[in-house]
Design a protein around this ligand. Structure first.
Ligand SMILES: Nc1ncnc2c1ncn2[C@@H]1O[C@H](COP(=O)(O)OP(=O)(O)OP(=O)(O)O)[C@@H](O)[C@H]1O
Length: 222
């Protein structure tokens, strides 16, 4: 699903965020990405999202060399990737329903189809009864679940989550991880960046660790 071949990323500031990174994630895997602050986790995910481009090396996603994905192709490519952030990035003047519907509207789905899919996603994260509320009235854990529903509503093959439990207490973090595991069991490939080593140990999934822009361990399926 994702292959990095000798990927380096140097920002314009001269900072080398990734240095000759090689790894492979198979379709259907759930992999944690860990490492100290500044190790390069977000940069690695931005390269997969085509928000940044490598200075050298190849990023292959779903069998496609992303170097060749340009212009209009980028939006199309991103439709098959769900993204979850630590700070939700929800629209606070829209309802829960509208927030989750957003990716489907952008992709041009029919209204009836949108309703069906949004409710299915909200049901999976246990928030069907809150579809009319504004996100501001929800707890942090609920807001994060809205963010997750939005990330998966399009049934993407790949979900990237950057510190999805960063602001949550241990019980809520475990709940979010259970959700991710359920999506993984449905066949989605997941990559989850986290500082929470204890949480990753409990999940019993592959852990890939970065240190100063290099893969320290766990770069390949066991
Ligand atoms: N846009 C940018 N311009 C310049 N340097 C950057 C940029 N983004 C990240 N960096 C630098 O690249 C390195 C890797 O940053 P990155 O955000 O990928 O790390 P991270 O492992 O996600 O860290 P954290 O856990 O703190 O989010 C850091 O030294 C950071 O300062």
């Amino acid at each position: 699903m994702i292959r990095f071949h000798g990927v380096s990323k140097r920002y314009d500031t001269g900072q080398e965020a990734l240095s000759r990174v090689d790894f492979h994630i198979e379709r259907g895997e759930m992999v944690f990405l860990t490492g100290h602050s500044g190790a390069g986790k977000s940069t690695l995910m931005k390269l997969i999202m085509l928000m940044e481009r490598p200075t050298s090396g190849q990023v292959i996603v779903g069998g496609r060399n992303t170097e060749r994905i340009r212009g209009n192709g980028i939006a199309h490519y991103r439709r098959d990737i769900g993204v979850v952030f630590q700070n939700h990035q929800l629209l606070f003047d829209r309802s829960v329903f509208d927030n989750v519907a957003l990716p489907l509207q952008v992709a041009g789905f029919q209204t009836a189809d949108i309703g069906r899919r949004v409710r299915a996603a909200l049901d999976k994260v246990g928030l069907l009864h809150k579809e009319k509320l504004k996100p501001i009235t929800l707890s942090g854990g609920e807001q994060q679940r809205v963010g997750i529903a939005r990330a998966v509503v399009n049934k993407p093959a790949l979900v990237l989550a950057d510190e999805p439990t960063g602001n949550l207490d241990p019980d809520l973090s475990a709940e979010i991880m259970t959700l991710f595991r359920q999506f993984n069991e449905l066949g989605m490939t997941l990559m989850i960046a986290t500082h929470d080593i204890e949480l990753t140990q409990r999940m019993n999934k592959r852990v890939m660790s970065l240190e100063h822009g290099r893969v320290l361990a766990g770069g390949n399926p066991s």
